[in-house]
Design a protein around this ligand. Structure first.
Ligand code: TXA
Ligand code: MG
Length: 318
């Protein structure tokens, strides 16, 4: 089947109804979507990504009524977060209802649910009688795609359609919050800053990483990685001096004056953290395709979205 990068929603709906995969735009990153209630269709996602079966998928909905069909025993604070941030870059981990296939949850008793904030994908979901399971549309451990072209570069003709919703506006994956009883737990930093979530539900416990059996495999240390070695540093000029004979690419927050670098990408000349987050993965894709020996990435201020950006940079370094 020939892949098309398309804006034809009905065509994508028809493919999804038949159990095929479609790449979909969201405000965070592009997803690789299938009918969440069809185990055979979902299996194709795992095969396409080369993703281990224990790594669960997020289920995407378009209206609040769908939440209690997929999840049960929903804490009050989960509703407060959904009210505050949906549609948006927040995934809630909740006890699953029987309707959610085991393959989605990797055998766990919980399911991740998110209502994405992208007009095309909302329209797509509205015309379907099922929610969509979708991980980021990249091969396992690689950098997430923030444009239809990135998805095409990874998978080409192997997926039947890529719904083109333009570049992703947030550019980082959703923030993931679960619960131990009523206590909210941060599983993954992301597009909504931790501080914004704490303003709604109080202090978040941060899930401690467990490399052998991570509760959220988004916490796996090696993740979001370019092929080119990447080093996170505080002083890029110093590191450039330490690597005089290499072709070095620089990923900086707002400075652009690095004469000895082969290529420099500045994420936000106006020092805007949101703009930097939006541009981050695109910049990593470009630098990775530039034939460099090394990428030096500047560490961000550890607050707000800066903390989410640092999280992705440190995982890319491994
Ligand atoms: O922004 C996003 O979240 C994007 C877009 C497409 O919605 N999706 C995304 O999916 O980033 P993925 O599969 O690349 O990352 C989802 C993360 C994984 O680390 C997975 O382990 C975790 O969510 N997750 C999903 N269900 C879970 C569950 N029941 N318990 C713990 N972690 C879960
Ligand atoms: Mg991912």
């Amino acid at each position: 089947m020939k892949t098309s990068i398309t804006t034809a929603i009905e065509k994508c709906q028809a493919l999804l109804r038949e159990g095929h995969l479609v790449a979909i735009p969201t405000e965070t990153v592009y997803g690789l979507a299938a009918n969440a209630l069809d185990s055979m269709a979902v299996k194709r996602i795992f095969e396409m990504k080369g993703r281990p079966a224990f790594n669960p998928l997020i289920v995407h909905i378009h209206q609040m009524e769908q939440l209690s069909i997929l999840a049960k025993d929903i804490p009050q604070k989960a509703y407060e977060l959904a009210e505050a941030f949906w549609p948006g870059s927040l995934t809630l981990i909740l006890p699953k209802q029987d309707i959610v296939p085991e393959i989605i949850t990797g055998g766990k008793p919980t399911v991740g649910v998110r209502m994405p904030n992208h007009p095309l994908t909302q329209e797509l979901l509205k015309g379907l009688p099922f929610p969509l399971a979708a991980p980021s549309a990249n091969p396992f451990t690689r950098v997430s795609p923030t444009s239809a072209q990135h998805v095409w570069d990874y998978f080409g003709d192997r997926i039947p359609a890529i719904l083109d919703g333009g570049p992703c506006q947030v550019g980082l994956e959703s923030t993931i919050v679960g619960f131990k009883g009523e206590t909210p737990i941060l599983y993954r930093k992301g597009g909504i800053p931790k501080e914004a979530i704490e303003a709604v539900v109080g202090e978040l416990k941060v899930s401690t990483e467990n490399e052998t059996f991570p509760e959220a495999p988004g916490m796996l240390l090696k993740h979001y990685s370019p092929r080119t070695p990447l080093l996170v540093c505080d002083n890029i000029r110093e590191e450039l001096k330490n690597n005089p004979h290499k072709k070095v690419g620089v990923l900086s927050f707002y400075q652009e004056d690095f004469p000895s670098a082969t290529k420099v990408i500045t994420l936000s000349q106006n020092k805007q953290m949101e703009e930097a987050a939006t541009s981050l993965f695109e910049a990593m894709h470009i630098l990775d395709a530039s034939g460099l020996d090394l990428i030096l990435a500047e560490r961000f201020p550890e607050k707000g979205l800066g903390s989410s950006i640092n999280d992705r940079l440190f995982r890319a370094q491994n």
